[in-house]
Design a protein around this ligand. Sequence first.
Ligand code: NAD
Length: 479
Amino acid sequence: MADDAPTDLYIGGSWVGASDGGRFDVLDPSNGEVIASVANGTVEDAVACVDAAERAAEGWAATAPRQRAEILRKAWELMTARSEELARLVTRENGKALTDARGEVAYAAEFFRWYAEEAVRAQGSVQTAPSGTNRILVLQQPVGIAVLVTPWNFPAAMATRKIGPALAAGCTVVLKPASDTPLTALAMAAILEEAGVPAGVVNVLPARRSGAVVSAMLHDPRVRKLSFTGSTEVGRVLLAEAADQVVNCSMELGGNAPFLVFADADLDAAVDGAMIAKMRNGGEACTAANRFYVEASVAEEFSQRFAERMRALRVGPGLEEGTQVGPLVNEDTVSKVDELVQGAVSSGAKAVVGGSRGEGAGFYYAPTVLLDVEPGSAILREEIFGPVAPVVTFETEDEAVRMANDTEYGLVSYVYTGDLARGLRVSERLDSGMVGLNRGLVSDPAAPFGGTKQSGIGREGGHDGMLDYMESKYIAVDW
Ligand code: NAD
């Protein structure tokens, strides 16, 4: 599909080149070859996107919720019908194994179905003021034009997780996809158009000069919302930029998920969960288990079984039949993963599996398990974003919780235990927005996804996800 996927900007319902004619290349991570040349949006194009979103805003906000719902439902149907070609496109530009891409496309499409169902449930409230003198009427209204900025690791799902609730709420949007993976976002714009989304409601602006185009939009007083998914580092910059016009911000940032295994856990289930939490998307997930804390009495057995499963994984080009782990997205990512692994090894960690880059062309890294990792080392503090699992042992529940919470991140934590009371107690004490309790996967369009501390602000998914695109209007009324 890369050959016939759209490659121009999508502004006001038209496919157009960049205002300066510029284009940039998109690479296939399995071999580094160019697969497409995409229009490189400029600041003028960013303003044109906001113009188009502004022209469409009033009409879309006034469109009946049922009609908005039907359009989103149609988008879910179209995505589902074309899931295989979309999955292949995701793999071509992101590199992930086709099985992961198929999972992502099903998950991504589900945001359209879920928000088709939510669009008709934007409830307000009415109450008598405590003084008895008047009524307090509260309406939910769309927040306004939303700028959506997404990362490359889930090119389909990070876009639909924002577009679905924004459209359900009645907002118009400008999506700036990651420049490594713009093709999926453009393919989705085509699907939304076919589903009946009016011109200007969704605009898509691929751009290499991310800083300049996003900054121009955040300083435009017509923009009222930023929803960003990406690194904490860039998130901080955008929060500062958004301060200028006091733009409402939802931030889904980096993670450093701890994965706790207590001695009373079902070890088979814990190893299965570890494989999912670590290896979904080849480790390139904000929810990826980044640090494994295992109770000392089962550490050897757990690590051995986990290492066997990691060793057995088949690494190769994402589109090749039987591949379980594709390449990482680009050279920088492979270098960063290798730097963290070599740093850990030089301070005493032992790689029982993997521990090095893959051979030949393409951005491969071998699935790796590291034992005897020194507490406090960089690999335990930083987001690895690759197929590497450092294992550390603990003796007591308090120690496990303390080590798990010892991070500026707070996106998700995982806990495996056979004692439900312990599981719930520990879940309450873990400082993260989400906990997988005897589960290695938490992402669900029906659930509020998001983090505490420097992992973010706001929630995506569930009913909360739509409220992120709405504002309460309070009317004090006498009747
Ligand atoms: P990134 O922060 O480098 O880029 C994210 C997006 O921001 C891209 O579209 C990029 O082009 C754009 N961008 C980069 N610099 C910018 C700037 N100065 N101004 C405006 N926009 C800019 O992140 P990435 O490498 O694409 O994605 C990986 C990161 O995303 C990881 O940290 C991961 O944890 C995080 N992530 C978080 C979630 C979540 O829901 N919390 C989900 C997926 C990924």
